[in-house]
Design a protein around this ligand. Sequence first.
Ligand code: AR6
Length: 187
Amino acid sequence: MTATRRFGATDLILKQGDITREAVDVIVNAANSGLLGGGGVDGAIHHAGGPQILAECRQIVARQGGCPTGEAVITGAGRLGARHVVHTVGPVWQGGGAGEPDLLASAYRNSLALAAAHGARTIAFPAISAGIYGYPLDRAATIALGVARDFALQEQDFTEIRFVLFSAESFAAFAAALRALPGEAAR
Ligand code: AR6
């Protein structure tokens, strides 16, 4: 299952599947501030990518003490079919009044900017915060795609920004949000 819309020079692509199988320049991980692994997509990325990714995360922790919510760091991709993994930390859903929308948007924006700074032309995201962290799927999808659209219209870095959704339910939520995005002229 796929869905696509083009903004500027960038295709926004939705797929249902396992992000660890994507062949892209950068795979984005929905990590936690400690950067030393976890469950969900984080566990899957470390499992598929092998120990090199965790070793690089440990070096980042030693250098800067982790990754604050809304920010991103970058490592190699170990055995994954990508050049880099960007590890970003989305907010834990607390009802929406604790700055969660801005923090989730920052996680996507900082991931795109960091990947672009490393020369990435293609990038794949999971549905950050929409699993263990409990962010409502439809709201998370609207924020994710809104940031991707704005980045695509403002920058020419990416040919493809992919969202790889694990379940049919998350694919459907992202597909509805993609259809609802305003076109190129409107903001
Ligand atoms: N490919 C694509 N998407 C996946 C995969 C996969 N292989 N596996 C799970 N998902 P989550 P969060 C989906 O919980 O909510 C970790 O312990 C999943 O169905 O992975 O940001 C971290 O260490 C959901 O839609 O991330 C943090 O502690 C989406 O990925 C915490 O979880 C995100 O779910 C982060 O929670």
